[in-house]
Ligand binder design. Structure first.
Ligand SMILES: [Zn+2]
Length: 446
């Protein structure tokens, strides 16, 4: 409890109005200045300021890391324009603060804007339940909903002296890379990217640029071949069902749930699959913005095929399903815990984890110790637990070939730990070497 209070106080101090951010005061002489408020030497928690000699200044993303307590990027100096790459909370979580504080405009795709409300309200709810203060309140949230300026993928728009254009990032529907043309240079910001075609969105394509800012989450690590991993997942599902068990698939609401449903519909349409949790509400937005999703007609079929859980009695019925796809993806709450508590008594049942399980999460504990907290009680889970890698980030080789295809003069690697970023940097021996900025650090590139 004491520790908790201590860290909470740290968070509050960080956002006391008037505190400086460490952002340089002097104007930029040439080229472009990048200043990482967060998401430099870490995954998520992104915020990066870009500025050039024209005085044009843009913030890219402003997220938070949903740890307990959450971590926030450093305080942003006054800003009018923010570009949001996609709706994951580690890229969007602190945007309401910017709007409340500075009246900043939020630039993004129509789908990101539509989904943002669900993401922010959920963050607000979780922080109230867990007792963590958020630096923004409900008024800021409402203001943020009105601060969106949406742009189509491929359409040029202007911010100050810069021309900007979105490109598909592959990561999740509505996720974008940003191409920025300043009077002096062309910069490409990758956001979170996947080069491979996924079940719901096609991969990102390289863009020629002078400066490439690239996420490095999976630097030094390769994914298994997607088709092989999907087949392994489907065959586990079929086996559990054939022994009379129910498969619980905890999956992230924004991307993974819909990926899993598409995979199952294609490979095993005879299964009785129920879909519960925040992912159902997000999918409704995907359906009303079909331009951001690959084969939207198929998504509609999948939506009509899956049984959507929307009441308590639906939830009880789902216990007789073959498969239940639901949140949270790391077993940190949500309907997944309710289901797990019911399903844990029959050893024919199984839990198939479909994503990364962060340290401290329920899923991580389950993998390490075979137990997790259910409604406050540490509970042993004597069920099959299998993990699959269905990531929507590019792996090492794809990141490296992406850099080569963009032919940048300079590469900036962010959104990765030291090992990941060094592994990518080691592939490029020519000068200048890739930059590996730390949070709070300023880069001047031309
Ligand atoms: Zn993401």
């Amino acid at each position: 409890m004491n520790d908790e209070h201590h860290s909470l106080r740290t968070v509050m101090v960080l956002y006391t109005p008037g505190r400086t951010s460490g952002y340089p005061e002097e104007p930029v002489e040439s080229g472009i200045r990048l200043h990482f408020l967060g998401g430099g030497d870490e995954v998520g928690n992104v915020g990066c300021l870009l500025e050039d000699r024209t005085g044009t200044r843009v913030l890219i993303d402003y997220g938070l890391a949903p740890t307990r307590p959450p971590r926030y990027p450093k305080e942003c100096p006054p800003i009018e324009h923010t570009i949001i790459t996609h709706s994951h909370i580690d890229h969007i979580g602190m945007a309401p603060w910017l709007v409340g504080q500075y009246g900043a405009a939020l630039h993004g795709t129509t789908l990101t804007a539509a989904v943002s409300e669900i993401m922010w309200r959920d963050t607000y709810k979780v922080s109230s339940i867990e007792g963590y203060p958020l630096p923004w309140d409900k008024r800021d949230l409402d203001a943020a909903l009105n601060a969106w300026q949406t742009h189509d993928v491929g359409e040029w728009f202007e911010i100050g002296e810069w021309k900007c254009r979105f490109h598909r990032a592959g990561h999740i529907p509505g996720a974008i890379m940003i191409e920025i043309e300043t009077p002096e240079l062309r910069l490409l910001w990758s956001g979170d990217i996947d080069i491979r075609d996924g079940p719901n969105v096609r991969g990102a394509e390289p863009i020629n640029c002078d400066i490439l800012c690239l996420e490095a989450t999976y630097g030094g690590r390769e994914h298994p071949v997607r088709a092989t991993e999907e087949a392994r997942f489907v065959s586990r599902v079929k086996e559990v069902v054939s022994r009379g068990g129910v498969v619980l698939v905890p999956a992230f609401a924004s991307g993974r749930c819909q990926d899993v449903l598409r995979i199952l519909h294609r490979a095993a349409p005879h299964l009785n699959v129920h879909f519960d949790g925040m992912g159902t509400r997000l999918t409704r937005h995907w359906l009303s913005h079909p331009e951001h999703t690959d084969e939207p007609e198929h998504l509609k079929q999948v939506w009509n095929w899956a049984r959507i859980v929307s009441s308590k009695s639906d939830r009880k019925k789902a216990l007789d399903a073959d498969v239940i796809v639901t949140t949270s993806g790391m077993l940190d709450g949500g309907p997944a815990i309710w289901y797990l508590n019911r399903l844990r008594h029959d050893s024919a049942n199984a839990i198939l984890l479909t994503g990364y399980q962060a340290e401290g999460s329920g899923g991580h504990r389950l993998l390490e110790k075979g137990s997790l907290r259910i409604f406050g009680n540490e509970t042993a889970i004597d069920l099959e637990v299998t993990q699959f890698q269905l990531s929507n980030h590019a792996g090492h080789s794809d990141l490296v070939s992406f850099v080569r295809a963009c032919e940048p003069r300079h590469v900036v690697l962010f959104h990765g730990d030291d090992d990941a970023r060094s592994a990518i940097a080691a592939e490029f021996t020519e000068s200048p070497a890739p930059s590996l900025p730390l949070n709070g650090e300023t880069l001047n590139l031309s």
